[in-house]
Design a protein around this ligand. Structure first.
Ligand code: DAH
Length: 355
């Protein structure tokens, strides 16, 4: 019965080890317990060894009991190990979650992820035009010389190119490409892609070799509007500009058109709005005139219709385009436009939540 006493002792040992495993606080503590199990001096190992000298008739039963104990121990260790990993994972997640929370609270980027003022302005303009029944279109920033100039009735060596002396990427034999200098080439793309009626606006980034100053940056944004339909007149253009201005700035800001020249419209106009800084009484920003120039406009030139294959005896249209940055600057009362591409968070954060 010596072996019986040995089994009892081993059972107690297994139980004790199992409960220590269940209480182990870390993987390292558990690893130590595992070593103890494998230890040649452990009660289980001793009993396995004793089988060699045992009455062979008793061996199978004894072996089965030992195997059971071994299994119980293994299961207890496995369960303990799974519990420890789960606890450790929880703790890591918890700590990382706390960290992120703390970061967001403490960080000077509090509320990180707001839209840029220019994006907000662009979206607001899109909404206004969508509500007037316009579609929103896009065009590439790398444009062909033909779309950017030629098709818009600005041939090579035309003086109008000089004011847009621009970033050419490739001077091809047949066709050169450049960073578009305005959003007007999207008019060409629209008219090539679809038949009238067309009612569309197209916002986007444009590039000019301008020296940065308070009202200019070499990369800026414009929004182009194009309407082509039967019977479109200059009064439709004027009414559209007026409704968009009052929708965007409120009814106290008026719009006016003044004669101007653009190669792709005839007649052409510049449109101005009441200076938002002085409300029209005259200040430094508007050079004492009470008006701020916003963009260009006009009736689509027959030559432009010709370039895209639209019959100008059947259709007429108007187009206008203006700077989004200038508009954002006006409404936000920013004295210097250069802060917009600089992305200084102290400035951008002031417009957070506007949209
Ligand atoms: N594309 C012109 C510019 O960037 C602005 C402009 C003038 C757009 C007249 C128009 C227009 O659509 O009709 O200076």
């Amino acid at each position: 019965m010596e072996s019986g006493a040995g089994l009892e002792e081993a059972t107690r040992w297994v139980e004790e080890l199992s409960s220590r495993a269940a209480g182990a606080a870390s993987g390292a503590e558990l690893a130590k317990l595992r070593e103890a199990v494998g230890d040649r001096g452990s009660p289980l190992s001793a009993l396995y060894r004793s089988m060699k000298v045992m009455d062979p008739a008793l061996r199978p039963e004894f072996g089965r009991r030992l195997q059971e104990l071994r299994l119980r121990l293994d299961q207890a260790l496995e369960a303990a190990s799974a519990a420890i990993s789960a606890r450790e994972r929880e703790a890591t997640f918890g700590a990382e979650r706390d960290d992120l929370g703390a970061y967001l609270c403490r960080s000077r980027y509090e509320g990180v992820g707001s839209l840029h003022l220019i994006t907000m302005t662009r979206m607001e303009l899109e909404d206004i035009f969508i509500s007037l029944g316009y579609a929103v279109a896009e065009g590439p920033e790398v444009e062909s010389e033909w779309n950017n100039f030629e098709a818009l009735n600005i041939p090579k060596f035309h003086p109008a190119r000089a004011s847009q002396d621009s970033f050419f990427l490739d001077f091809g034999e047949e066709e050169s490409t450049l960073l578009r200098t305005h959003t007007s080439p999207i008019e060409i793309r629209l008219m090539q892609a679809q038949k009238p009626p067309i009612y569309a606006v197209a916002p986007g980034r444009v590039y000019r070799r301008d020296t940065p100053d308070a009202r200019h940056t070499p990369a800026f944004h414009q929004i182009e509007a194009l309407v082509v339909d039967r019977g479109i007149s200059f009064s439709n253009l004027k009414a559209t500009i007026e409704s968009f201005t009052s929708a965007y700035f409120g009814p106290s800001i008026k719009a006016r058109l003044r004669p101007a020249y653009f190669p792709f419209t005839e007649p052409s106009a510049e449109f101005e709005i009441t200076c938002t800084i002085c409300s029209g009484t005259g200040c430094r920003t508007c050079s004492g005139t009470g008006w701020i120039e916003l963009g260009g406009a006009g009736m689509v030139h027959p030559k432009v219709f010709e370039a895209v294959g639209i019959d100008h005896r059947v259709y007429s249209g108007f187009a206008f385009g203006f700077g989004i940055d200038r508009l954002a600057q006006m409404r936000a009362g920013l004295p210097d436009m250069r802060v917009l591409p600089e992305n200084d968070l102290r400035i951008l954060a002031q417009f957070r939540g506007r949209r």
